[in-house]
Write a protein that binds this ligand. Structure first.
Ligand code: SF4
Ligand code: SF4
Ligand code: FES
Length: 394
């Protein structure tokens, strides 16, 4: 097939930047990385990019195609050619460009190292050369985060890092949860304290671009949500972001809505609210805020309250609540089997689902494999027998 592409070339020594167009003959199964190899071998040996494994493992080949971060060795070019597109290839965002498609990863690794990305066990070495055994279910909690290959695609698209380059960022925070959620780690609270500091978890703007661009399904934004939930469970809620989150829970329970008009007085106090009156009036004039009186209560508020009580009764708090939610979302099918549409008029926006088929047999939320009802330190007691044979490496 004939593949056309434009590549942003950059020479740091001269500062020259130029968009060059290439056309090559490539096999139908070619990836973007294969095409770059062909260009480098046959047309222009000066083209610079990183690669190693060519199979989505090493994380070296992150770059942008048409402005969105991709792993070049994962990106098949066949569909692009069929659509008659000539994509623009450029270096990843939020990291300084060294040459062409190669970025300086030093700031990335600095943040990675700052979260102490290694296990700091909270128990003694078992005697007699025995091993610590741990149930597979316990490790499943951090399974997604452990899939990270440090490619930087999430960092490339992070909106918060664009405005605050010191923000720890999605990759470092996903890695941080990898250890906060690991039952063998003994520094959970200390880690959370550090992550709640300046440029930490609450600086995330929840744009979800990191989830969208991660080629390995790590979902870094979800990991950040888990860190936030776990922080609040541990009583680390000094940040305004944590206060807002707590207020939203109260608001959803009492009115069924997220009442943002009450956010400032409830979380920052009356004095701060008065100081921001002019700003609030400006928003009201533009129709951006609903009138505060009478209190607006959602039609289905009872359902919101029952849901709140149910979550309370289950006691699945902290990151375990988010993990349970992930499972529920993964299984969610439209309709609840009783004809009621939970996303109907007056309710929530319909979430994206690949198939829009009503479920005849709704699956149990949390599922039998949730394995989160008995998360105790006993799981990592030296020499303890696992409750069942581990299914894989832990
Ligand atoms: S959700 Fe947060 S961490 Fe992820 S890209 Fe957006 S701002 Fe960055
Ligand atoms: S979280 Fe995903 S996108 Fe980010 S570095 Fe890890 S694998 Fe890459
Ligand atoms: S070359 Fe290793 S992930 Fe692409």
């Amino acid at each position: 097939m004939q593949v056309g592409m434009k590549i942003w070339r950059y020479n740091r020594e001269t500062g020259e930047r130029e968009l060059r167009e290439y056309e090559i003959d490539a096999p139908e199964e070619a990836t973007l990385l294969d095409c770059l190899d062909i260009i480098k071998d046959r047309i222009d040996g000066t083209l610079a990019y990183r690669k190693s494994c060519r199979m989505m493992i090493c994380g070296s080949c992150g770059m942008r195609m048409d402005g969105a971060a991709v792993l070049a060795c994962k990106m098949r070019m066949y569909d692009v050619v069929q659509e008659r597109r000539v994509p623009v290839i450029s270096a990843m965002g939020n990291l300084p460009i060294v040459k062409d498609l190669v970025v300086d990863m030093a700031p990335f690794w600095e943040k990675f190292r700052s979260v102490n990305p290694y296990l700091q066990p909270g128990y003694d070495e078992p005697a007699g050369g025995r091993e610590h055994l741990i149930r597979q279910e316990r490790m499943n909690v951090v399974h997604k985060e452990a899939l990270c290959i440090n490619c930087g695609c999430c960092v490339s698209e992070c909106n918060s890092m664009e405005s605050d380059p010191l923000f720890l960022g999605p990759q470092a925070l996903a890695k941080a949860f990898r250890f906060v959620g690991d039952p063998r780690d003994g520094r959970k609270v200390e880690r959370l304290e550090e992550l709640n500091g300046e440029h930490g978890i609450w600086d995330c703007t929840r744009c979800y671009m990191c989830n969208e661009r991660c080629p390995k399904g790590v979902d870094p934004r979800d990991a950040i949500a888990k860190l936030g939930a776990e922080s609040m469970k541990e009583g680390i809620d000094r940040d305004m972001g944590a206060k807002h989150a707590k207020w939203f829970v109260t608001s959803a329970k009492t009115t069924g809505w997220l009442r943002e008009t009450e956010l400032v007085p409830k979380t920052q106090g009356i004095v701060s609210a008065i100081k921001q009156t002019r700003f609030a009036i400006g928003l009201a004039v533009k129709g951006k805020v609903p009138p505060p009186i009478p209190p607006h209560v959602a039609k289905d508020v009872e359902e919101a309250r029952r849901l709140h009580d149910l979550v309370d009764e289950q006691g699945v708090d902290g990151y375990r609540g988010i993990v349970q939610g992930e499972r529920a979302l993964a299984r969610l099918a439209h309709g609840h089997g009783d004809g009621r549409d939970p996303y109907g008029e007056g309710s929530f926006a319909r979430p994206y689902l690949p198939e829009d088929k009503p479920s005849t047999e709704p699956e149990e939320i949390g599922g039998s494999d949730a394995g989160m009802g008995s998360l105790t330190q006993a799981d990592v007691t030296p020499g303890a027998e696992p409750t069942r044979k581990p299914e894989g490496g832990a």
